[in-house]
Design a protein. Structure first.
Length: 384
């Protein structure tokens, strides 16, 4: 008799493993201070609405006036077409804007958790499992504490997946506009979407996406025509940052070698060519997105620890298939997050995230592949 790879963990074991992670996420979220990443968004919005340069050093001045100290040199470094998305917050005081931002961020994450659970085939009654996956994913607490904009990108990805499943192509094109806030993180996903949509002749989607992007750009130009030139002011600052896997290479071989920042991107592009050629005839987003998503974020030229909430669809997909029925998978979930949190350097932390989450996915997926062959009933809450 073959020993089953899956054993049903008892509730005390689940609580012992998962509650500390949930507590860490909650504690980090509660410490939502005014000098987080949201502060540059708010300052940039105020400058943008007054036809001033939101990419200039004036951002730092507004930040200092708002909190009584400089925000460690944090400026606004997002594409011009993202300005209309944050502009409404510039009409509010910092305290009110931050409260509204936090509520919106939590709502977007809840939508993503439940939406992804349903997309990958999870039963409505057990959608709490997806919420638990989100709550025990430590980068999520960092996102909320910093006031990051990444939940908007994740919600856009979730909306896109749900809409293409419903074959609502025009609305799906509108949804992907949110990718443009941080396009470098989803660059392989964007590439796959474009190729797939062209192959499937979903031109309504492509036109809708182009019009939405043009509308955001046009709104920025309407509010301030000079905003078309603002982005170039931030490129130099961005290129000097040492983040992600490429940043870890620069720490090892010299920070002056900027080209090392793009080595993982080249490797990711080469991997994508082979992956697409192998699976293009049988391409299914539910099946192929999880690995594509991890490689896309991991090979991004610039990515921080908190950006890894964009790989949460991968882990929701694993949960739908029954990840929490495996004791070793739960243990791996905990250990990976603890190890990632150990380094103090942001580049090393992000590089560890890339390597360990990819390794975790490979481990869990292979285990599922063997178990699926041995046992016909393995899903938790999935459609039967």
């Amino acid at each position: 008799m073959v020993r089953p790879l899956y054993t049903e963990p008892r509730l005390p074991f689940l609580l012992l493993c998962l509650l500390p992670l949930a507590a860490a996420t909650l504690i980090t979220t509660i410490h939502h201070a005014a000098f987080t990443d949201f502060l540059p968004y708010w300052a940039a919005a105020r400058l943008f609405l007054t036809h001033a340069n939101p990419y200039s050093a004036q951002v730092l001045t507004i930040e200092a006036q708002a909190i009584g100290q400089y925000n460690h040199g944090m400026g606004f470094h997002y594409p011009t077409w993202s300005l209309p998305l944050i502009a409404p917050f510039g009409f509010l005081s910092l305290a009110r804007a931050q409260q509204l931002w936090l509520i919106a961020s939590l709502a977007l994450n809840a939508f993503s958790a439940i939406g992804l659970w349903r997309y990958f085939g999870g039963d409505r009654r057990t959608a709490w499992i997806a919420l638990a996956v989100f709550a025990t994913f430590t980068p999520l607490g960092t996102v909320e504490q910093m006031g990051q904009i990444t939940p908007l990108v994740l919600a856009s990805l979730t909306g896109f997946l749900l809409l293409i499943k419903a074959e609502r192509w025009v609305l799906a094109g509108i949804a992907v506009a949110g990718f443009g806030v941080k396009p470098h993180l989803l660059w392989l996903v964007i590439l796959a979407i474009v190729i797939w949509m062209v192959r499937e002749r979903r031109y309504r989607f492509l036109v809708s996406a182009a019009i939405t992007w043009a509308a955001l750009w046009g709104a920025a130009l309407l509010i301030d025509p000079a905003s078309a030139h603002f982005l170039r002011d931030s490129y130099g600052w961005t290129a000097d940052q040492v983040y992600g896997t490429g940043g870890a290479l620069r720490l090892l071989f010299g920070q002056s070698h900027r080209w090392l920042q793009y080595v993982p991107t080249v490797a990711g592009g080469l991997w994508f060519i082979g992956y697409w050629l192998r699976h293009e005839r049988e391409w299914e987003w539910e099946k192929h997105l999880p690995l594509l998503l991890i490689v896309s974020v991991a090979s991004s030229p610039y990515g921080a620890f908190h950006d890894y909430i964009l790989v949460l669809p991968t882990f929701v997909a694993l949960a739908v298939r029954g990840a929490w029925r495996s004791v070793s998978v739960i243990e791996g979930w905990v250990v990976v997050q603890v190890v990632i949190l150990l380094p103090a350097n942001k580049a090393i932390e992000s590089a560890l995230s890339a390597v360990l989450w990819l390794g975790f996915w490979i481990f869990a997926s292979r285990k599922f592949a063997v178990s699926d062959h041995e046992s016909p009933v393995l899903r938790i809450g999935g459609n039967r």
